[in-house]
Structure formats: C-alpha cells, structure tokens
Design a protein around this ligand. Structure first.
Ligand code: ZN
Length: 407
C-alpha cells in the first residue's frame, strides 16, 4: 500500500497556510492576489510531484497524472472564507498532492493515476456556486458568469484578467478517464470528536432548500394607527417564523436543521409601522422525502398567512439543491481500510455542509472522508485538527484510493 510521508504532508499544509495567514487561520479569497500566489505555489508542487500541472481558465489548479490508469480524481478547494480556517478545503488538496507522490514512489501502484484538483471558489466569493467543479463537469459556461461580482465588487472576468487567466481554456472532464472522485475534508462539526471517532465515511451530502419570504403590509404612524386597523408586516413576519419553527419541528428528522438567517424590517424606525419585511429561511436534510415534507409545511404556512391576512407574503429567490448520495461501494472501501488503521473508531455520517463532491457525484462514483474538527469549529481562525488525525486521515485516504483503483 502507498506510504504517505507525515512530515512532508504537514509541511505543505503549513506552507500553504502562510499564503494569507491571519492569526491561526487564513484569509485567502478566490482570485485575490494572495490566492493566485498560492495557486502558482501549488502548481509548482504538483509539477515537482511529476504531474502535468496548470491553472486553468477559471482559476482551478489541475495536476494531471501521466500514469496509464485507471485514474482517481482527488481534490477539494484552497480558497477560504473571510478570516477562515487553515484546513477547510486545503487539507483535501494537500492530501491529494501527498497521495500522488506516495503512489509514484510505490511499485505496487505502478500504472495507477491520481489527478489533483483545487476547484476554484468553493466558498462562493463570487455568487456563482461551485464555479470550478461545475465548469469542469460542463454544468456551466464561463462566458455566462464573467459578470458575477465578488463581495468586493470585482467582476469575475476582471479578476481572471488580472490573474492573466483570460483566454486560458478551462480543464474539462474527459469522458471515461476516471474510476471515481475522492474528497477528504475536515468535518466542520463536532460529531466525530463527541463520539471519540477518528474517521468519518460520508454517506450523503445534505440537500438545501429555502428562500426569502417577503411580507407586504401598510406603512403608517406608530402612534395614531389603532391596533385593529394595522397591517403590520413585522408582526406578520414574527408570527410566521414562530409558527413555522413549531411546524418544522413536527416533521423534522434527526438530521434536519433550519435557520432564519436574516430579517429586514422597513423602513426600520421606532415610530413607523413596518410595511415591508423580509425573512431569509434555509433548511437542510440528507433525505429528499423529508425535504419534501418540510417544503409542504412551508407552502401551507405561506398559503395560510395569505388567507388569514392582513398582510400578504410571497417566497422569492427559492433555493433548491438536491441531496447527493455518495457511492455505496466506495464507502465500503474507505470503511474497510479505515477500520484496519483505527478499529472501532470509524463512523458513517452525512455531511451537513456542501462540498464539490456533490457536483462530481453527478458524473462519477464519488466519496468523502472526514477527520475530526477540534471543538467542531470551522469557518473561523480557531479551526484545527490534531496532527495525528491529519496524518491518519491521509494514510486512510491513500489506502482507500489504492484499494478502490485496484478493485
Ligand atoms: Zn470546504
């Protein structure tokens, strides 16, 4: 089995974290100067590992194996959230790099290929959503999204131009090349740590639904308008949210989560009855029938509010991402090799966060492996994982990659 080099792995993880280092974390937003510098560094590391490496026309770093195959695609993302963690995404990419090196050094892996990808903008600095992986599989065309503006107001096309990537062709999925896709990631939750497990084998990535409920009432004087005559859009919003919260709890499963992430009350003045309010709602579950049940509760609540008055409500910007089940056979392979390294410390679990693997899973057998996040913290500079768990996760991923390719 391929043997990973722990010191080389940790060294590259720490080196990558220097690009945009922010205290114990990293601030490295997609296609900013520091992100581009880190991509050139990664490209060189992939080249040194014997891969044909490039930064493609959307910013994805891609290292292609010269092995005759079969080939496994591995990767994750190296862009971060603002003031984010050093491992979210970066770990999966550096694992892939290390595993490509371990394969090259192992005669038992002769002919087996690992292609390595750092998919651009998994974290959504540009409001496109999984730009790199979706461009790779052909689910979006760059020309349709070059106008998308980042949080800093920079158009995607201009950011690519500044990075001298305009005119470079995006790398595209070559039909028939891959036996599958493997993405390793920090859990970003506290389940593994709480249960003292060391490896998570992902069964499915949750689906996400939601939207913005917009309430229309009547703006008026907060002193002179008697209560029975009011059309208070704030009261309508609060009642809606409270009742929906109770209604969701009645049909929720063990993995269901829902969030009222943002409210807007307009005009937002102490002496004015709000005439226009907005409630942003999101709910997640790994199971489609459960999501359907929650959607029915939401639809019923919208209809009930409109029927009862005095305010009206509509749902705008509806969001719908389907759950992505991981490949059953690939899960079994990971669980078997993980159990050899960490008997009794392996658990199947769903991913409550979105990952590029949900895009790749639509096109090839895909799997994910989790390592514990200390105190379950992620999207923050406090995010961390013990070195022992980082090393174990990479060796398990390497063995799983070899076993899957040889099966
Ligand atoms: Zn991530």
């Amino acid at each position: 089995m391929p043997k990973i080099d722990p010191a080389r792995l940790i060294g590259d993880l720490r080196r990558l974290a220097e690009f945009g280092r922010h205290g114990t974390g990293v601030h490295r937003l997609s296609l900013t100067d520091i992100d581009i510098q880190s991509r050139h560094w990664l490209c060189q590391r992939l080249t040194d590992a014997g891969l044909d490496a490039q930064i493609d026309g959307v910013g994805t770093v891609f290292g292609r194996s010269r092995a005759k195959g079969p080939v496994l695609l591995m990767g994750s993302h190296t862009d971060t959230q603002p003031k984010g963690g050093w491992l979210d995404g970066a770990m999966g990419v550096i694992y892939a790099l290390e595993i490509a090196r371990a394969f090259a050094a192992d005669p038992a892996c002769a002919g087996l290929g690992i292609d390595v990808a750092s998919w651009i903008d998994e974290e959504g600095h540009f409001p496109v959503g999984f730009l790199g992986s979706r461009a790779f599989v052909g689910e979006l065309e760059l020309k349709d999204v070059t106008g998308a503006k980042s949080r800093d107001g920079v158009a995607l096309g201009d950011a690519l131009k500044a990075a001298k990537l305009d005119g470079v062709a995006p790398v595209r999925l070559e039909p028939g090349r891959y036996k599958g896709y493997l993405e390793a990631h920090v859990e970003q939750g506290g389940t593994l740590e709480r249960e003292a497990k060391r490896i998570g084998v992902v069964s499915a990535i949750v689906g996400i639904r939601g939207g913005v409920a917009v309430f229309k009432g009547e703006q008026n004087h907060a002193g002179t308008t008697p209560m029975p005559l009011r059309k208070d859009a704030a009261v309508a919003l609060f009642e809606f949210a409270t009742r929906l919260n109770r209604s969701f709890a009645e049909v929720a499963g063990p993995h269901t989560v829902w969030t009222f992430g943002r409210v807007v009350l307009e005009p937002g003045s102490p002496s004015v009855i709000p005439g226009h309010t907005e409630l942003t709602l999101q709910f997640r579950d790994p199971d489609t029938p459960r999501l359907d049940a929650l959607s029915q509760r939401l639809d019923a609540m919208l209809a009930g509010t409109n029927a009862a008055g005095p305010c009206s409500v509509v749902l705008i910007q509806p969001r719908r991402t389907e759950p992505a089940p991981m490949d059953a056979g690939f899960q079994d392979v990971i669980e078997t090799v993980a159990a050899k390294h960490a008997p009794g410390l392996v658990r199947r679990m769903h991913s409550a966060a979105g990952h590029d693997a949900m895009v790749l899973a639509r096109h090839m057998p895909s799997a994910m492996l989790f390592v514990p996040s200390i105190r379950g913290i992620s999207h923050d500079i406090a995010e961390d994982t013990s070195e022992a768990d980082l090393v174990l996760g990479c060796q398990v991923a390497a063995d799983a990659a070899a076993a899957f390719l040889k099966a």
